[in-house]
Write a protein that binds this ligand. Structure first.
Ligand SMILES: Nc1nc2c(ncn2[C@@H]2O[C@H](COP(=O)(O)OP(=O)(O)OP(=O)(O)O)[C@@H](O)[C@H]2O)c(=O)[nH]1
Length: 164
């Protein structure tokens, strides 16, 4: 698109009514406009095309901008590798996508917007669940519980190492 477009709809997700506003940004948004959209948003779908390596290489920069602008410990983000139907023109492997998602601490989906509408819905649902989780009080959050579990595991591993 040459300009930003907002799509609106309502869904029930896990027995919770959710009003969705999806802002599709243009390729050439200025940093100031991007920052303002980032402040507005609760969650982010970062799309790249598996047939355009440069779109993949831009993801970390965008994620840094999101983290800096939101200044939250956990920002709900799902990385989406699009155009999975164009295997012949693939420039980014699934493995690279998964590794980047792990590094950036976000969800990952590889799909084809053109051919698999259910996969698109699943990616959006995954993001909605991350957002809903983030809006729960801290001790009820899955992400918080995972952070606590990882911290405990690290502590246990350390104390085991010390015994050796
Ligand atoms: N084969 C294939 N083509 C796709 C897929 N998704 C998008 N396209 C095509 O890729 C082109 C760009 O799609 P857009 O939806 O405009 O992508 P965009 O990232 O919003 O690009 P801009 O409009 O430049 O901001 C169009 O010609 C789409 O038809 C896909 O999953 N598979």
């Amino acid at each position: 698109h040459k300009k930003e477009v907002t799509y609106k709809c309502s869904r029930v997700v896990d027995q919770e009514a959710v009003d969705l506003e999806i802002l599709d940004l243009t390729w050439k948004s200025s940093v100031a406009s991007l920052e303002s959209s980032i402040r507005w948003a609760d969650g982010f779908l970062l799309l790249y095309s598996i047939t355009q390596r440069f779109s993949f290489l831009e993801v970390p920069q965008l994620k840094t901008l999101i983290d800096q602008t939101k200044q939250n410990l956990v920002v709900p983000v799902v990385l989406v590798a699009n155009k999975a139907d164009l295997e012949i023109g693939r420039q980014v492997t699934t493995d690279e996508g998964q590794r980047l998602a792990k590094d950036l601490r976000c969800g990952f989906r590889e799909l084809s917007v053109a051919e698999a509408v259910l996969a698109v819905e699943a990616a959006v649902l995954q993001l909605i669940r991350l957002v809903l989780d983030q809006q729960r009080p801290l001790p009820e959050r899955r992400s918080y519980m995972l952070t606590v579990r990882h911290a405990l595991t690290r502590k246990l591993t350390r104390s085991k190492t010390m015994q050796w």
